[in-house]
Design a protein around this ligand. Sequence first.
Ligand code: HEC
Length: 387
Amino acid sequence: MSKKSRSYVRFPLARRIEHLTMLLSFSTLGVTGLVQKYAASGLSIAIVNLVGGIENLRAIHHVAAIVMMFGTMYHILLAGYHVFVKRSRLSMLPALQDIKDGWQALMYNFGLAKSYPQMGRYTFEEKLEYWAFVWGTIVMGLTGFMMWNPVTTAHILPGEFIPAAKAAHGGEALLAVLAIIVWHMYVVHIRRFNKSIWTGKFTEAEMLHEHPLELADIKAGIAEPRLDPKTLRKRRKVYYPVAGILTVVMLVGVNSFVSGEKTAITTVLPISSPVPIYLPQTPTPSPTAQPTPTSGAVVLTWDGSLGPLFQTKCGACHGTTVKLAQLSFATYADTLKGGQDGVIILPGEASGSSLIQKQQAGGHPGQFSAEELGLVSQWIAAGAPEK
Ligand code: HEC
């Protein structure tokens, strides 16, 4: 074979950009997602601090999710174009032959088959990865929606689905990241360094080695259906409006996904929370003792302590709103004026005051304690001063 062998276009620029977009959004989602799944680990805390806090990390995760949504939209529209306009071969569809190929490859690796399977445009490994990605995107999209829009979800499904969605989102994420690290890395980097997703090209030798059946079809001129420009134009005329409507529907979907609610469930960091939630940093101060009428410092005047005492003990029935027996203790003047039977306090004469007599007799709906009555007597004996 000559050194200047022909090269074959495997991935046009648009597909390479698509791959790069998915690579970047997937990696960002993986890192920012696993940090939230394992929020207590030291590495997670370091990453959260690096991006300036959990809210920033969540924002990055959401932006990467939106990028992936747009990537998926683009992929759907492009797949539609290939199926309906170009009528390309559905080379990514799984077939029985893939199972046979997989089996033969396994046997070959064990030394039990003479040759490695000859495969076409997409090998069974590539198909497996592609459909795993499709499946993963569906699971992550649905469960992501449920976490981003828990109120809407709870209208449709029982509330238990929201924590279940969170568990599934994290589990599927781990599976996807590990699949990329183990499977994808091995197939395209370790087994043979496959640069075609970056260069877009394969040499003839590489084609012969990796996709011999496709190479045969290309050489036979049957790899892609021949298209005459007229039918192509006719099909585009149908497809473009349909794709346009589909685009609008998808954009509306993405918009309600992203901004339908402001109630997305959050990640609470168990360790790096700056303020302990349940442990008060300063002990609650114990209440300072209120001065009571018995304490020596209290001045026996109406304004000082007697007024408040009468109002709390007797105010419910003898006040401005309720004034039983025409008696009110609301003010000093009211108190000295007395009730329906005249004055009840004779300043300087405690035992002669009917208030004291009535209270000493007991049985009144409102009663002073013996201690309080002693104070009231002292106050009256002292001339019942106002100030
Ligand atoms: C649950 C309502 C109620 C409370 C509380 C109450 N009283 Fe009376 N008080 C009455 C009623 C009813 C009368 C009229 C019947 C009577 O004289 O027993 C009255 C009458 C009086 C009279 C007689 C007034 C007059 O001119 O005939 C005095 C004095 C009096 N109360 C003092 C007090 C004092 C002091 C307190 C607070 C320690 C107090 N009362 C709390 C219901 C209450």
